[in-house]
Design a protein around this ligand. Structure first.
Ligand code: LM2
Length: 473
């Protein structure tokens, strides 16, 4: 359950947060497939309660397991999965089954379901009081029982030890497997008992071979467990039976780029730092939660540092890399772009590939999508030739496939370094592209000995330089 089933020659997952199914299908065909992205994490698919002003977080309050949300209908979802698979891009669903809604008067769902939330009645599933833990607030992260049996932010907490509840969840998961998804993100996994999750996952079907998965293939499972090392519950309770989100990844890199640590220390980045084993870890700089209200985490708002962090992530072999793709926001509750009656407004695409209509689309930034190409080119190679200046200027190569340099210092980076690449003239993929056989950005000349002059000036738009051998696809 730790194999992503990426199509060969593809890499990198992008979270298309709050995108509509139809628009994701287009994105797979027009951009993600051609650029070699491996997969998309999509927003929750199950019906959610409608919250006034339509904040993004209403989608984390399920009211039934019908496929009806602001992202689209069941038909649209199916069509999207089929088209993305055909474009070589896998789909991973954000599944929410730790809880249902909080308390709401006259709760109504995006698919027309209602619920008597005070009495734990969800006829759309159906669930009733028997299926939930007794109400209590989560208020002690030193107590695993409190974290797993009580309510997260007042959200009614399902009891996954009950056979009836397990059956509803497994049916929900099996239906998404049937239509061709490759796996799922388990929301709030830390708030459920590992032994219950193990049973649930083991009952889920193999992937549907009609969508080009090998026979007997298991869904990729990645579990949201926030473990910074100081609580009763540990990420190591979950990684034997599925992958786990590695929250320390983004914080460590953000801290370093914010001057609280030095980049030179990243020479042994990975398990040596207390991170999960590489194949068990989903890594990211920010996610839809940490980009809001965690000022220490880099996001699109501090774009130069953010691009340095994302470039490092995509250049480094540790972990399964996930890229956040956001809508612009200025407060925690800010809703995604929407019209006056609450329909989502999709991004428009500008001629330089970036997005409009209030969408950031980090995955469409040249520095980001070109580093996805780098990651594809460098697949299955190690970090070699680590170099640093004793502070925040670093460089390394990936086998003889790619070379990256990062300038996190307040002075220019000017060095002759061994790149390990074949002699030749390369386009820096951060400052430009190769267009009509010319580099639109910087060029790097690798000499007969594999060495090149590398320059990253402090006043440049970006603090990274990256070159790699051609990807053949
Ligand atoms: C997650 N992972 O474990 C999601 O990544 C995160 O985005 C979800 O919280 C959370 N778990 C529950 O699925 C978000 C949001 C919360 C919001 C919940 C439910 O961060 O603020 O809580 O979704 O919509 C909201 C209100 C909160 C209220 C609650 C219940 O902000 O004040 O609590 O609804 O009505 C009384």
């Amino acid at each position: 359950q730790k194999d992503l089933h990426y199509v060969p020659g593809h890499n990198g997952m992008v979270h298309l947060f709050e995108w509509k199914w139809g628009k994701i299908a287009e994105e797979c065909e027009n951009f993600l497939g051609p650029m070699g992205f491996g997969g998309v994490q999509v927003s929750p698919i199950q019906e959610n309660v409608i919250v006034k002003n339509r904040p993004w977080w209403e989608r984390y309050q399920p009211i039934s397991y019908k496929w009806a949300t602001r992202s689209g209908t069941a038909e649209e979802f199916k069509d999207m999965v089929r088209r993305c698979n055909n474009a070589g891009v896998r789909i991973y669903v954000d599944v929410v089954f730790n809880h249902m809604t909080g308390n709401h008067k006259n709760a109504k769902g995006t698919g027309g379901s209602t619920a008597d939330t005070q009495n734990f009645n969800y006829p759309g599933v159906p669930y009733s009081g028997f299926d939930f833990h007794v109400s209590c607030p989560i208020n002690n992260y030193q107590d695993a029982g409190n974290v797993r049996n009580c309510e997260l932010s007042g959200l009614h907490d399902l009891d996954q030890s009950k056979e009836y509840v397990r059956e509803k969840i497994v049916n929900f998961l099996n239906k998404i497997i049937d239509v061709g998804v490759a796996g799922y993100r388990v929301d709030a996994a830390k708030h459920m008992w590992p032994e219950d999750l193990k049973v649930i996952y083991s009952r889920v079907k193999n992937l549907n071979p009609e969508h080009n998965f090998p026979s007997g293939a298991r869904p990729y499972v990645f579990q949201e467990v926030i473990d910074y090392g100081s609580e009763a519950i540990s990420k190591y309770e979950y990684n034997s039976f599925g992958a786990v989100t590695e929250f320390r990844y983004g914080i460590e890199l953000s801290n370093a780029l914010n001057g609280k640590n030095q980049l030179k220390w990243f020479s042994n980045w990975g398990e040596a730092w207390g991170l999960l084993p590489s194949q068990d870890a989903v890594v990211f700089i920010d996610n839809h939660d940490t980009q809001r209200g965690h000022p220490e985490i880099l996001t699109y708002k501090s774009s130069k540092k953010y691009k340095m962090a994302v470039a490092f992530m995509l250049a480094h072999p540790y972990g399964t890399a996930r890229i956040m793709s956001s809508f612009a926001f200025d407060s925690f509750d800010a809703n995604p772009p929407q019209d006056s009656i609450g329909n989502l407004i999709s991004p428009t695409i500008n001629s330089d590939k970036t997005c409009g209509n209030g969408w950031i689309c980090e995955h469409r930034w040249r520095q980001v999508y070109n580093m996805v190409r780098f990651r594809i080119a460098a697949n299955n190679t190690d970090v070699n030739n680590w170099w640093d200046n004793g502070q925040n200027q670093i460089a390394f190569s990936r086998g003889n496939a790619g070379f990256i340099a990062i300038n996190g210092d307040g002075h220019d980076f000017k060095q002759h370094l061994y790149t390990s690449l074949q002699p030749g003239i390369y386009c820096d993929v951060i400052s430009g592209n190769l267009e009509n056989n010319v580099c639109t950005g910087k060029t790097v000349t690798v000499d007969q000995n594999g060495k090149a002059y590398i320059e990253i000036l402090v006043n440049e738009e970006d603090g990274v330089l990256a070159i790699h051998r051609q990807v053949n696809n």
